[in-house]
Ligand binder design. Structure first.
Ligand SMILES: [Zn+2]
Ligand SMILES: [Zn+2]
Length: 303
């Protein structure tokens, strides 16, 4: 299964008529993850026809409003729709404080459970894993504690060579043995080597979501060789000083990080509302790292 990434918001703090602030959905085939949840996220989920009720985990990068002001509304809608599944939220502890106040003053008691997982944004830590995937925090450099997230598939089992298998009519337990790399013994005692019945496993996919941050080289070692990097590119190079002051990045700085890390593809986003046209940002980035694309609201990437 490929990863499917849907961009719900590609703007920085102030939305425009065409760009919502930050939110993305990552479908790993086994999980539906929400990355940031700015104002307007639930409308975007509806427009993109994503199955809201299947979102099990929400990862918040930091507590600037353009990354979490939509969460209280979405949580309330889940309540109204009768959600029963536990919702897992990854964030610094202050998010819980803010949401608790909002729930209290609006006299809302959710009919589902919320489990908070408090993260330490300055660390590179494993914060979630199951048999399919690992999720790590990625320390970033911004005006408040901020981290990105790295989603990395675990090693996969071997694929069965269907045409070779069909001739043998093997029972299920032996198929599992093959997937796990074992040779098999037939009822007549004949041993068949694993390599004659299997194909290499599909490759392990990886995605890093990095926003908001200044140009920050210590990030590179954690994302080296990954498939796709989303990196914020709030400004063009003409605003490089402003970017440094505000601890944001320019498009070419984002591309420089992608180049140093040797990622396969770069997606840039979190664009300042001052830019009506985004092609000039793309041009600046591609001069440094050619395989760069723009994030635009509603874009879907499969990789
Ligand atoms: Zn932001
Ligand atoms: Zn920010």
């Amino acid at each position: 299964m490929p990863f499917v990434l849907t961009i719900l918001g590609s703007s920085s703090a102030a939305p425009t008529s065409e760009r919502n602030p930050s939110a993305q959905v990552l479908n790993t085939g086994k999980h539906l993850f929400l990355l940031d949840c700015a104002e307007g996220t639930q409308m975007q989920l509806r427009k993109m026809r994503l199955k809201m009720s299947s979102i099990e985990r929400v990862f918040i990068t930091h507590l600037h409003g353009d990354h979490f002001f939509g969460l209280i509304g979405l949580m309330t809608t889940w309540h109204l729709l009768g959600r029963k599944d536990v919702l897992h939220i990854y964030s610094v502890p202050e998010l819980k404080e803010a949401l608790d106040v909002m729930m209290k003053v609006s006299r809302t008691t959710l009919n589902y459970q919320v489990e908070y997982h408090f993260i330490e944004p300055e660390l590179h830590s494993l914060i979630f894993e199951d048999k399919f995937i690992e999720v790590y925090t990625l320390p970033l450099n911004h005006r408040m504690p901020t981290c990105g997230y790295l989603f990395k598939e675990k090693p996969k089992s071997l694929n069965l060579n269907k045409s070779a298998i069909l001739k043998l009519a093997l029972p299920y337990p032996l198929l599992q043995d093959l997937k796990n790399g074992k040779d098999i013994t037939l009822p007549d005692g004949k041993i068949i080597s694993n390599t004659s019945l299997t194909l290499p496993p599909s490759k392990q996919l990886s995605y890093a979501y990095c926003t908001d941050t200044s140009y920050f080289e210590p990030l590179v070692k954690y994302i080296t060789g990954i498939d796709v990097l989303f990196h914020e590119a709030t400004f063009m190079e003409s605003e490089v000083k402003l970017a440094a002051e505000k601890l944001h990045s320019t498009a070419s700085e984002a591309a420089q990080i992608a180049k140093l890390a040797g990622v396969k593809q770069l997606i840039i986003g979190h664009f300042s509302s001052r830019y009506k046209e985004l092609d000039p940002l793309l041009l600046e980035a591609t001069e440094v790292f050619s395989n760069t694309v723009l994030a635009k609201d509603g874009f879907v990437f499969k990789f």
